[in-house]
Write a protein that binds this ligand. Structure first.
Ligand code: MG
Length: 335
């Protein structure tokens, strides 16, 4: 296996969540060649150090020496998926069902009535709000988003504590509370406290392999949440699907707020799981390119309302762009 990489940066239009400032984000695209098979696949590697990932230098060193992180392991798996699709001359859209996406409302736009109206007209019915930076003002804005007719997904990134969360959720009007599809990571995972918090609104767990080790999940007979957030960039989907069936949980597939190559990989997995598991798979969260300034890749992303359209080419698409990047060889030959 020969791995090459190409660094990139993404420029957020505004701060992306409660744990990141508005600063340039770095990652690498990977080109993986399985010379024995004569096939090539592409993927993304976009660490979030703020969320516990190794930084890019460590990730690349690990890849070079064959000591994989959760993230680089998934990057190789997704590159393999891409390579197989390319070999059989299929796009990810040939391998799944169409899936709607939620819309992430950037900070400061919760009250933007013109935006909310145009999103409704475009067919979005679910928005995701990153919460926890300024709770009193978010509370007021949440009401206007709900009044505009949206179902909402709230994501705190575990940035507040249990007491603050209860103060928040108990104060919501019933119309706002009814509009909450789920609350993602309200505060750091704790079995008892999540069980209590779950009485007020359904809960979703993100970053679960990090918060509680994988092996530990199997010890529980029931889990104190309703939805698992699956990020193919970081977690093997088969393990997550298994857990979702075992504990009767729904799944939301999201990207890693990463490069369009990573986003299309996440969408590909979302569509595949939608086709195989139907209603168990909720609306996806792969529509995030609007959070960044446009680049050579995102300008090829087209959408139809809440649906992302195929990108021309095989696998995740972008064929000619990917072929002409200035790839640097990582020089690895592990199997
Ligand atoms: Mg999250």
């Amino acid at each position: 296996m020969k791995i090459s990489y190409c660094p990139y940066t993404l420029n957020p239009r505004r701060p992306l969540n409660s744990v990141s400032a508005k600063k340039e984000r770095s990652g690498v695209l990977l080109k993986v060649e399985w010379s024995g098979r004569g096939i090539v696949g592409y993927s993304d590697l976009h660490p979030w150090v703020e969320l516990g990932d190794q930084d890019l230098t460590q990730q690349l060193e690990g890849l070079k020496s064959g000591t994989l992180s959760e993230l680089s392991r998934q990057s190789l798996k997704l590159a393999w998926r891409d390579a197989e699709l390319r070999q059989s001359r299929r796009n990810i859209f040939a391998n799944g069902s169409a899936i709607k996406n939620n819309y992430i409302l950037p900070d400061g736009s919760f009250d933007d009535q013109a935006l909310l109206k145009s999103l409704r007209q475009d067919g979005f019915d679910t928005v995701k709000l990153k919460m926890g930076r300024d709770l009193p003002s978010e509370l007021a804005s949440l009401a206007s988003v709900v009044a505009a007719g949206f179902r909402v997904r709230l994501d705190f990134n575990a940035s507040i504590d249990f007491k603050t969360y209860l103060g928040f959720i108990k104060n919501l009007s019933s119309s706002v509370r009814d509009a909450i599809e789920y609350v993602e990571d309200p505060f750091p995972f704790d079995f008892q406290l999540w069980n209590e918090a779950r009485q007020y609104a359904p809960l979703a767990l993100d970053n679960f392999g990090t918060q509680v080790p994988w092996a530990a999940w199997n010890q529980f007979s029931s889990l104190p949440f309703d939805v698992l957030i699956l990020k193919p960039a970081k977690t093997d989907f088969e393990t997550v699907v298994h857990l979702a069936y075992k504990h009767n949980l729904k799944l939301t597939v999201t990207n890693y707020m990463d490069h369009p190559v990573g986003s299309m990989h996440a969408l590909g997995i979302a569509m595949k799981l939608k086709q195989e598991h139907g209603d168990k798979v909720l609306q996806a969260g792969c529509f995030t390119h609007h959070l960044y300034e446009q680049n050579l890749f995102s300008q090829h992303l087209t959408t139809s309302g809440a649906f992302i359209q195929p990108v021309a080419g095989m696998g995740v698409g972008f064929d000619s762009l990917l072929e002409t990047l200035p790839w640097q060889i990582l020089n690895t030959d592990f199997n």
